[in-house]
Write a protein that binds this ligand. Structure first.
Ligand code: GLA
Length: 384
């Protein structure tokens, strides 16, 4: 992989690359749509990643070649503009906010490639942001801690690309650890790495191949609904800042006062936050069945209360739930298409794969993809 990339770089730019950067995609085990509510998430970094090889240039130009799209994009560091629907908005947004933060960047030549399926909810965009941020900071000798880098990448996505995402994807891409999931408090950014017993279990990701539709607008709408809920709940709970500050007991007292839709959205988020903490406790107690039940409960909440699932995701979860040895299954990521994540006993991996490959196309006419994931380390940079 690295040799191929080095060769592509040489062919395209006529020189050897100086640095190599990789940033993984992610799968969230539980804790969906909780990050922008200051809550908890529990993602893993996966063995699918974005890779960049790059060199410094002496001028202020950035040239990025993508062999996957067979396209070259370039821009000047002093004149960074958003172009609708361009993948280059991610590196551009990162460069823009690094400079806005007072960091002096240098131009560069880069080749970018990856094997994270696009639009599948596995955070290819966060991985591009993180890889770009590591490239720009390394080329310009800028030193930044990983939390600040994650926040900067999130800002690029929020304000340059225009999706009001939370911090989860960028954070796990930077901070993931092999064979561990990361319990992240999205308010304080404190985290704890929890080992996943990969000797007995596998993380199986099933891709509906339904490209996420309307993600941007529906996503931003959900976020706004949560904020509306907080504003209303403040009438009785004046000290709250986010749904993270409300527990399910408190919520029961006031939920009837909220409009039905706001009620459903808030209920899901409040329950999901509690499920994350319960599922981590179950994992630590080696109670994998309980962990799996919480994953199924999370899916039901996303389907019925938060309404970000779709028929294809529901079908995949239903198929998985009928296979012996599948501990839990749920949609992962923003929703409206994309992937499910399944926690599966080692001995049942081929059974779930066979069942999904058989029934899903029968009922949808779509050929699914099934990935058996390794849990990978977070992003890294090295010289080539
Ligand atoms: C997307 C966003 C994340 C998070 C998830 C839903 O992946 O980028 O910040 O909100 O959706 O959990």
């Amino acid at each position: 992989m690295m040799d191929e990339l080095r060769q592509t770089f040489r062919q395209h730019f006529g020189t050897a690359p100086e640095i190599y950067v990789r940033a993984p995609g992610r799968v969230n085990l539980i804790g969906e749509h909780t990050d922008y509510n200051d809550g908890f998430v529990f993602p893993i970094a996966i063995d699918r990643q974005i890779e960049i090889m790059a060199t410094r240039r002496s001028d202020r130009k950035v040239v990025i070649f993508s062999p996957d799209f067979d396209a070259t994009e370039s821009f000047m560091l002093d004149d960074i503009r958003h172009v609708d629907d361009s993948w280059c908005n991610y590196p551009k947004g990162v460069a823009y906010f690094l400079q806005k933060g007072g960091h002096e960047l240098t131009g560069g030549n880069a080749v970018i490639t990856g094997n994270i399926p696009l639009g599948a909810g596995l955070s290819s965009s966060a991985a591009v942001e993180v890889a770009s941020a590591l490239m720009f900071t390394t080329l310009a000798d800028v030193v930044m801690d990983k939390s600040s880098l994650a926040l900067l990448c999130q800002r690029a996505e929020n304000q340059f690309v225009g999706v009001h995402c939370g911090i989860m994807d960028q954070f796990i891409s930077l901070m993931g650890k092999k064979d561990h999931a990361l319990l992240l408090d999205c308010r304080s950014l404190e985290y704890d790495r929890v080992p996943i017993p990969m000797e007995d279990m596998r993380v199986v990701v099933c891709n509906t191949r339904v490209k996420r539709k309307l993600t941007g607008s529906e996503y931003n709408e959900r976020r706004a609904e949560c904020e509306r809920g907080v504003e209303m709940l403040k009438e009785w709970l004046p000290d709250i800042h986010a749904l993270r500050d409300v527990d399910s007991q408190q919520f029961k007292k006031y939920e009837a006062e909220l409009p039905p839709l706001t009620q459903k959205r808030c209920r899901y988020v409040i329950d999901e936050n509690e499920r994350v903490l319960a599922s981590v406790a179950a994992l630590r107690a080696r109670d994998y069945e309980r962990f799996g039940e919480l994953m199924f409960a999370s899916h039901r909440g996303l389907r019925d209360d938060y309404e970000v699932s779709c028929l294809e995701l529901d079908l995949m979860v239903e198929i998985a739930s009928g296979v012996d040895g599948v501990l839990g299954a749920r949609m992962t990521g923003a929703g409206f298409g994309g992937c499910t994540v399944n926690l599966v006993r080692e001995s049942s991996v081929s059974a779930i794969e066979a069942e999904i490959q058989k029934r899903y196309p029968q009922e949808t006419g779509i050929q699914p993809e099934v990935y058996i994931c390794q849990i990978a380390d977070g992003a890294s940079v090295s010289s080539t």
